[in-house]
Ligand binder design. Structure first.
Ligand code: GLC
Length: 743
């Protein structure tokens, strides 16, 4: 082919490519056409989100006047359709509303709290829960949920740790992405799909002292290393929306942060979804001391690219003036409205704005309940099992006691607005129903709620224990003690539950302690006292049947901690991916071991607490089984990798126990020397495998330079040459490392 012909051919190909690239996505063309017709008032109306007031005159007139783009907390399909009909049929442009709700871990069929789902280390569990929630909530007209909450949380004093996926960026990324997939389904425009919302952007989990809404002070590199990755993963999972966080970061409230909401979210990450404020978070920039008044807050938030104002009334009252006075460019308003219209097009609301009105709502189906039970089983973490007390066998009479034994509401946990306790199956109900014929069950709550301090209650529980061969105590937290604005400075078992466990043990009977809580608790004394400990978080509507099966052996625990359990609150923050310091702990002399009159220089000078040592009560990734697992030496495909080469890591895992069981095999690395100090371990992958008794499987992982990379002092993310260690282990503290080099 002559040069001339090649040139002509090349030009033809180029012009086709050019025209293709300019052929806008049809949705983008529709958005542009619609936007071009909108008045400034209509644009600002789309940026206003209000909480549901039914068919009140105010709401009806606001919609009819084009002053509302979205409504949250309306959960009746008929009412939703009536409000939608006003928007679609009685406004000039007929732009549909999008209806939203906090559907965090279930709508009617309540799954374990997200921290519990993360303890399953099974993305399928999280996806199933979100899918069930989407099917149920969308039937009520809800097409946008404010979940998953993917704030990395390393402070169990913080009540919202219950809503998180724990302390690790990678595990949070995997579980969060699975929830997004479940909520949004394979087709966001399906009427059984809901837009997910990656929240709270960003670093809300770092609230100082674990006190909710508190300030955070985080270097940008730590933001990028710890708090951003789950949000980047959410974008990869096509999360349709993001939400601002309440906290300020280094003095800038997230709702006013151009760095977060434009520089990172839009320019760097190229995100094209909706960014909604948190509830009144724009207006809260006034008490933050970042805005002088609501108009100033509207100015700051709009110029920080917050698309939608949830309940501050800042945009609807002041944005038009701010645009007309030139303080906010209409281009910013257009960008926000484009994002909002894009969400509504992607949800299919322009084609199908109305919710089917079912005679029988798809709530509590057998499939949903079974998935909720399975989730609760996989979310429970076995922390101790001396003398294999569990699963119960060879006993006749079982005493079941404790304030969480039969509390339908508390086991649902926090953030379950629409859960109905009447549908919640408690441990007592399940044990009586499923095991009451085979065992003699003696039931006595003793303490009647988690904060109960009554000695009389303890006495009753002890009397029940004295009649039994074994005692199972269901303790923990009422659901009201966890969640938003429910931070605790003392995270021990509330009330007299600690005394209850001691009194039960004093009977001489084996004591099994089942903990149902919204956070890790400082249960060191109770763990020492009890013979077995099962930590089940708040396990949801089917917690009872799940725990019954685990206790009596119909199911086998497979959960692993998604968050460290501290010995005492003074250790916080305590997490596995900590730095080594220049004086890592050794030769630990605990406070009670120090001789009287000891000289200042007579005990060590290394990094630990005199009264706690340097280890938590239980580490991240820890969890026992009714089986036992043996790990062989880790094998590497090579000792050195460079560039984009992949390192294969293998390890044989054997079920040396007597029953079939699941194990979460975890892959950690350590970068021995970096241009910045690196954590002693970082989770990079995991596999939850099933092994028959006696079975061995070779578990294989692949490591690439991307997983070795970190944000260095030049704010560049890259892997640095040098020695790395790799573990394949059953938790973040065990295993023997093997070294390899990256060139
Ligand atoms: C709350 C929460 C947020 C929730 C929103 C709407 O205050 O911070 O997570 O989605 O308001 O209920």
């Amino acid at each position: 082919m002559t040069t001339k012909k090649i040139f002509i051919f090349g030009m033809i190909v180029f012009s086709h490519l050019l025209s293709f690239s300019q052929q806008k996505d049809p949705t983008e063309k529709k958005i542009d056409e619609l936007l071009s017709k909108m008045t400034l008032d209509e644009k600002i109306g789309q940026m206003n989100q209000l909480t549901g007031l039914g068919l009140s005159d105010d709401m009806v007139s606001s919609i009819r006047g084009g002053k509302v783009g979205s409504i949250l907390n309306e959960i009746d399909a008929k009412t939703v359709n009536k409000l939608q009909r006003i928007a679609v049929e009685e406004t000039r442009l007929g732009i549909p509303l999008v209806f939203a709700r906090d559907v965090i871990h279930g709508f009617k069929t309540i799954f374990p709290i997200p921290l519990g789902q993360a303890a399953s280390w099974n993305p399928q569990v999280a996806e199933n829960g979100a899918r069930v929630a989407a099917i149920e909530a969308s039937a009520a007209g809800i097409r946008w949920t404010f979940a998953p909450m993917i704030d990395v949380s390393r402070d169990p004093r913080w009540g919202r740790i219950a809503e998180s996926c724990g302390e690790d960026p990678y595990l949070t990324s995997v579980i969060g992405a699975a929830m997004i997939k479940g909520f949004q389904g394979n087709d966001l425009s399906s009427q059984t799909s809901m837009a997910a919302c990656a929240k709270h952007f960003a670093a809300y989990g770092a609230s100082e002292s674990g006190k909710d809404y508190n300030t955070t002070w985080i270097p940008e590199l730590q933001l990028r290393e710890v708090y951003f990755p789950p949000f980047e993963a959410a974008i990869k999972a096509n999360a349709a929306t993001f939400m601002c966080s309440f906290n300020d970061i280094n003095g800038v409230p997230s709702s006013g942060s151009k760095f977060l909401n434009y520089d990172v979210l839009r320019k760097e990450w190229k995100y094209d979804g909706v960014l909604v404020s948190d509830w009144e978070s724009i207006g809260q920039m006034i008490p933050h001391g970042f805005s002088a008044d609501l108009k100033d807050a509207a100015l700051i938030a709009a110029n920080a690219y917050v698309d939608m104002d949830m309940m501050s009334f800042a945009y609807i009252n002041y944005l038009k003036d701010l645009v007309n006075s030139g303080n906010v460019s209409e281009a910013i308003v257009d960008d926000a409205v484009r994002n909002i219209l894009r969400l509504k097009f992607r949800l299919g609301l322009f084609d199908n704005p109305y919710t089917p009105e079912y005679d029988e709502l798809p709530f509590y189906t057998d499939d949903a309940l079974q998935k909720a039970k399975h989730a609760a089983i996989e979310s429970a973490v076995l922390l101790k099992n001396d003398k294999n007390v569990l699963p119960l066998n060879g006993v006749k009479t079982v005493a079941v006691v404790g304030p969480l034994l039969d509390s339908q509401a508390d086991q649902l946990g926090t953030w379950c607005f629409d859960g109905e306790p009447a549908h919640s199956v408690t441990p007592l109900t399940a044990i009586k129903k499923e095991y009451g014929k085979k065992y003699n069950i003696v039931a006595e709550k003793g303490l009647t709620y988690s904060r109960d301090k009554s000695a009389e209650g303890i006495k009753k529980a002890v009397e029940a224990a004295q009649k039994a061969d074994v005692v199972v105590a269901f303790v923990g937290e009422e659901s009201v003690l966890s969640g938003e604005a429910r931070s605790r400075a003392d995270i021990s078992l509330p009330g007299a539950q600690g005394e209850l466990i001691s009194a039960l043990k004093a009977t001489g009977k084996p004591v099994v302690m089942v903990v149902m809580a919204g956070r890790p608790l400082t249960i060191g004394n109770e763990v020492s006292t009890a013979d077995a400990v099962l930590f089940s978080f708040h396990g949801g509507i089917m917690a009872g049947p799940a725990l019954a099966d685990l206790i009596f052996g119909e199911a086998v625990p497979s959960g692993k901690l998604p968050v460290t359990i501290p010995r005492m609150v003074g250790q916080i923050p305590v997490y596995y991916a900590h730095k080594n310091t220049g004086r890592p702990a050794n030769n630990i002399d605990l406070i009670d071991d120090i001789p009287v009159g000891a000289l200042q220089t007579s005990i060590g000078f290394t990094s630990y607490h005199l009264d706690a040592g340097d280890k938590p009560l239980f580490p991240f990734g820890f969890g026992l089984s009714y089986a036992t697992f043996d790990y062989s030496d880790v094998r590497l495909s090579k000792n050195t990798i460079s560039g984009n080469e992949t390192l294969t890591v293998e390890c044989d895992v054997t079920n040396s126990g007597k029953i079939d069981a699941q194990e979460v095999v975890q892959l950690y690395i350590r970068d021995k020397v970096g241009s910045l100090v690196r954590p002693v371990r970082e989770l990079k992958d995991f596999q939850k495998i099933t092994l028959k008794s006696g079975e061995t499987k070779t578990v294989k992982f692949e490591l690439t330079n991307e997983q070795l990379a970190f944000w260095n002092a030049d704010k560049v993310k890259r892997a640095e040459a040098g020695e790395f260690q790799v573990w394949v282990s059953t938790d973040s503290q065990s295993g023997t490392p093997v070294s390899f080099w990256y060139k």
